[in-house]
Design a protein around this ligand. Sequence first.
Ligand SMILES: [Zn+2]
Length: 254
Amino acid sequence: MDLTLPVPAPQYKNPTQKARVSTEPWAVANLYCPNCSSPRLDPLKPNTPASDFVCPLCEERFQLKSGRSPFGARIADAAYSKMVEAIRKDQTPNIFALHYDMKKWTVSNLTLIPRFAYSLKDIFKRPPLSPAAERHDWVGCDILLGAIPRSARIPVVSDGLPASSVAVRREFQRLKPLHRVKSKARGWTLDVLLIVESLQKREFHLDEVYAHEAELRALHVLNRHVKPKIRQQLQQLRDLGFLTFLAPGHYRLS
Ligand SMILES: [Zn+2]
């Protein structure tokens, strides 16, 4: 993977435009499929809803999001309605979040968020553009990066160092069982995983997860049986290979 980005031609003044004409050709030349052995991804027609690239072998879809500064708590994404529709149809795209250095025109960080690592509740509808704006009826969305467990995001480039494609593909396969959880229930699974990670312990007790009951209740207001749901999700995470059960109420992160 060559981390040098093509320098945009001087006629491009708008930063978003400059980023697009630089990162898109870079992606065509450098991105590979994390799901199969394809060494490349093909660009989709402009304006394809919610996706920019497709794997010519396995047909996984990808979105590329670029930013001049490291991604914080959220990633500004495409049209809200298209994204929601894609998720509901279980055609959620995988997301490549690319942070680039605008002075040197190089890739600093690239994170892959697999499609099964986020759900509808991680998509935040942005306020519509002002009535005076050219596309005033367009409503964008943000992906809440902070709501996606760290262990469910795959580093492809970290601080200017690319990971090997073998490592990226191995991580993708490790997370792939999450796909078996229906997209509606996946929110719960990922929320419980996020809490387990926040404990910052390799081994933990059920009570430590129960201590976050109020947080989960706030996220899932319609569910009044939070504790049984926590136990069910811990079982789910065990079945998916994220956890091992050591003794009743005692777990270890894999
Ligand atoms: Zn593929």
